[in-house]
Design a binder for this molecule. Structure first.
Ligand code: NI
Length: 241
C-alpha cells in the first residue's frame, strides 16, 4: 500500500512548499494600519464657507458635518449672524471655527477707519456678544486686500487656494470634480453655504477625500498642525506641509 511510504521525512518535504507559501502571503493580507507599516502623516485640508449663516442651507450643512465628524470654518456676514444667532451658536458648539466676512458684505479696500469699523469691528462685537470670545479671523469679501485692510484688520487675513466658483453655475458635480481634481495637502477650499448645490458638493467632497486619506480641520488647526503662527494683518492662502 502506498500509505506505508509516507515516512516523516517525506511528509516534511511535501509540506515545505506549503509552509513557504504561507510565510510569503500574510503581509499582503494584513489590515491597513497594522504593526510594521510605516505610519503616514494625514493630509490636511480646511473647508471654508462664506456668506452665511442662512437658515435652511447652513443647517443642512451643519447636520452633514456632524454626521461625518468634520470641523469647518465659517466666515460670517455680520447682519446674517445677527439675524440667525442660533445657527452661529450651533457652529461654535459643534467645534467649528468662526470668522468675519464684514457686516454687509462690502469691499473693504479704500475704506476709512470709521467705515472699516462699521463693517469689521461691528461684526466682531456682535460675535463676541454671542460667543464670549473676541479673536476672529478675517476674510475680506472678494479677497480684496490693500495696505489699509492689512493695517486695520486686527486679525490674520485668510484667503483660499481652491475655488470652484460655486456661485457661477451652482453645479454640484462640476464643483466636486474641480475640488477633488485640484486639491493638495494644506489647501483652503472656498465654498458658500448659502447654496444647496454647494452644501451637497461639500458633503460629497468630504466623503471622496476621506477615502483618499485627507482629514478635515479648521483653519486654525491646519496652521497650528504645521507650526505656523498666524499674524494679524498678514495674508494666508494655504499651508502646505
Ligand atoms: Ni463673500
Amino acid at each position: 500500500m502506498a500509505y506505508k511510504n509516507w515516512s516523516p521525512l517525506w511528509l516534511l518535504l511535501a509540506l515545505c512548499p506549503l509552509l513557504l507559501l504561507l510565510r510569503a502571503h500574510p503581509p499582503l493580507a494584513a489590515p491597513a494600519g497594522a504593526a510594521g507599516e510605516i505610519p503616514q502623516e494625514p493630509k490636511l485640508v480646511a473647508l471654508t464657507f462664506d456668506d452665511g449663516p442662512k437658515p435652511r442651507t447652513t443647517a443642512k450643512l451643519l447636520d452633514g458635518l456632524d454626521q461625518r465628524g468634520v470641523k469647518a470654518t465659517f466666515f460670517l456676514i455680520g447682519s446674517q449672524a445677527e439675524a440667525y444667532p442660533e445657527l452661529v451658536q450651533r457652529m461654535a458648539q459643534s467645534g467649528h471655527q468662526i470668522g468675519i466676512h464684514t457686516y454687509d458684505h462690502v469691499v473693504l479696500t479704500d475704506l476709512g477707519q470709521a467705515d472699516f469699523d462699521a463693517q469689521v469691528a461691528r461684526s466682531r462685537r456682535l460675535l463676541t456678544d454671542l460667543l464670549g470670545e473676541d479673536r476672529f479671523l478675517l476674510r475680506p469679501p472678494y479677497g480684496a486686500v490693500d495696505d489699509g485692510v492689512r493695517a486695520r484688520a486686527g486679525a490674520p487675513i485668510i484667503l483660499w487656494s481652491i475655488d470652484p466658483e460655486d456661485w457661477r453655475d451652482r453645479n454640484t458635480q462640476r464643483e466636486v470634480a474641480h475640488i477633488v481634481g485640484n486639491v493638495q495637502d494644506g489647501d483652503l477650499i472656498l465654498l458658500h453655504d448659502i447654496y444647496p448645490e454647494s452644501v451637497e458638493a461639500a458633503l460629497q467632497v468630504i466623503d471622496q477625500l476621506h477615502q483618499a486619506g485627507y482629514a478635515f480641520v479648521t483653519v486654525e488647526e491646519l496652521f497650528a498642525a504645521r507650526g505656523v503662527s498666524l499674524v494679524d494683518g498678514q495674508m494666508y492662502r494655504s499651508c502646505p506641509p
